[in-house]
Design a protein around this ligand. Structure first.
Ligand SMILES: [Zn+2]
Length: 134
């Protein structure tokens, strides 16, 4: 999908998540005290309230928790159909990323499919997308 996206405004909390794709890394914030993963990225751990958090590169592999196919062009020029999915990451327990599944016909994407991250660069942001694992 090459439709221009509404991009996030980068700040010190989310920059690692949105720019890790420049070097092929999916970076998830992790509490350095209790090891809980925190997503979306925040400056304080929601589990132990520590502010000792840092981004960690994860494998980018995961499983589709649930998904839907969007057929509605919400604005002029939007390419449809596309898949919106919630992806549970293998090595970041509790983290679910809502994204798109790309590279496969939409009717070949289903719950439980194994996926791997890929990135779409727009301006200074690398958007994590997922494609079906081989
Ligand atoms: Zn913590």
């Amino acid at each position: 999908m090459t439709t221009p996206r509404i991009l996030p405004r980068l700040d010190q909390d989310n920059r690692d998540f949105w720019t890790g794709g420049e070097v092929g890394e999916l970076r998830i914030t992790q509490c350095q005290d209790c090891r809980t993963f925190i997503h979306p990225p925040r400056p304080v751990c929601h589990h132990c309230l520590s502010d000792n958090v840092a981004a960690k590169a994860v494998s980018g592999e995961g499983t589709i928790d649930t998904c839907l196919i969007n057929y509605n062009p919400w604005f002029p020029g939007m390419e449809v159909p596309f898949v919106v999915a919630r992806v549970a990451l293998d090595d970041a327990p509790g983290v679910i990323i809502t994204s798109n599944i790309v590279g496969s016909p939409v009717d070949e994407v289903d719950f439980g499919d194994r996926v791997k991250v890929t990135f779409l660069n727009q301006e200074d942001v690398w958007i994590p997308l997922f494609e079906k694992a081989a």
